[in-house]
Ligand binder design. Structure first.
Ligand code: MRU
Length: 367
């Protein structure tokens, strides 16, 4: 996608061919800072501290992290150590494990001398695959927005609610939930996005709002608790979110608060779509209740960071100094509340049969 009219991705191989560059997402929307990752430890830190975040981007960053490790120590031990440290960064997005398993499989068959070049090439392929997948998700999701526009008699703006950031910043490019929105906007379908602020880290307010603004898509940031009110007043035509891990039966783990939006959507008969690249499906987990839910530092709840008008970053406390806080980062929305899943192979019911119809090669695995 474009930043100030210039095409940009979230992660790329630097010109030296030996290091990787990322957009530091902890500095957005106030500063566009490019950060260089030179080691596996740098990559692990970037994922843990959420300089890169969003399930597909976490996968791509982990793949590049393994490649950087191969420049440091391409031995079997070096590979094990890199995979282990990167796997420990964040527990919910299954794309992390998917990318690390793929890198390990690919590299185990090679000699130590071959590993660095092969790892850089494979990480690049994973990044390119992500772009292609998300472009296809955009194509399939566009049909759903066109349908909504048709249902409105082609009059008026299609009102879309999204939670967290599942746009291009959460992927290598295009995004998952926002890819259909960009396609619709580019196709001149009138769209407007209600952007949940997404406490506690405010990925909606800071990242989704920023990237929609860069592309020119009309949007409004709302407090997380406003979604139900808007739905009850006919101000939302459809919801689209992403997911960090989808169970084989179509339950979806996504940013904390997604479940509440799905409940409100069901109560108001509003379609609730979830967009996902296939590496987000965990075919080993049937029931979403088994998905590990990340708990982060309570300081993200007790404090809030922002920029002063003078451009200085400040962090202030919101809660009484003695009040304990809990920081659950994700929740699980059961498949019954999801109208349909949007994947790179098409749209399907959120169910085991629905997913297997699109991914028949998984039938044996699932039996
Ligand atoms: O904690 P984050 O910012 O990594 O969480 C991101 C989300 O919850 C996204 O909705 C999800 O990764 C899907 S991204 C395409």
């Amino acid at each position: 996608m474009k930043v100030a009219g210039r095409p940009m991705r979230t992660i790329w191989l630097a010109e030296d061919g030996r290091t990787v560059e990322i957009i530091d997402q902890t500095r957005l929307p106030h500063e566009l800072v490019v950060l260089r990752l030179a080691s596996a430890a740098d990559a692990a830190r970037a994922i843990r501290d959420m300089q890169v975040r969003g399930a597909p981007l976490i996968g791509a960053a982990a793949a590049y992290g393994v490649a950087l490790a191969m420049a440091e120590d391409p031995s079997e031990k070096g590979l094990d150590r890199a995979v282990e440290s990167l796997a420990a960064t964040r527990p919910t997005a299954v794309n992390l494990r998917w990318a690390l398993d793929g890198m390990r499989r690919h590299l185990s068959e090679l000699s130590a001398e071959q590993r660095f070049a092969a790892a850089i090439a494979r990480a690049g392929e994973i990044a390119e695959e992500d772009v292609a997948i998300n472009r296809a998700i955009g194509e399939h999701g566009l049909r759903l927005i066109e349908d909504a526009h048709r249902r409105k008699g082609r009059r008026g703006t299609v009102q879309i609610l999204t939670h967290c950031n599942a746009g291009w910043l959460a992927t290598v490019d295009w995004g998952t939930a926002l890819a259909p929105v960009y396609r619709a906007y580019d196709a001149r379908i009138p769209v407007h996005v209600w952007v949940d602020e997404t406490r506690p880290r405010n990925q909606g307010a800071s990242l989704t709002a920023w990237e929609l603004g860069q592309h020119g898509v009309p949007h409004t940031v709302i407090a997380d608790n406003a979604g139900g009110h808007l739905m009850r007043h006919g101000e939302v035509d459809l919801c689209i979110t992403g997911t960090d891990r989808t169970s084989a039966s179509g339950d979806v783990a996504n940013k904390i608060g997604t479940y509440l939006k799905a409940l409100a959507a069901a109560d108001n008969a509003i379609p609730f779509y979830v967009a996902l690249p296939s590496p987000t499906i965990d075919w080993d987990i049937e029931d979403g209740g088994a998905i590990p839910i990340e708990q982060r530092d309570p300081r993200e709840v007790t404090h809030i960071a922002g920029w002063t008008e003078a451009g200085e970053r400040v962090e202030v406390r919101l809660t009484p100094a003695d009040s304990p806080a809990a920081n659950y980062a994700f929740d699980v929305t059961p498949a019954r509340l999801v109208t349909a899943l949007i994947t790179e192979r098409g749209v399907c019911p959120a169910s085991r049969e629905g997913l297997l119809r699109l991914f028949p090669e998984r039938r044996r695995h699932a039996a």
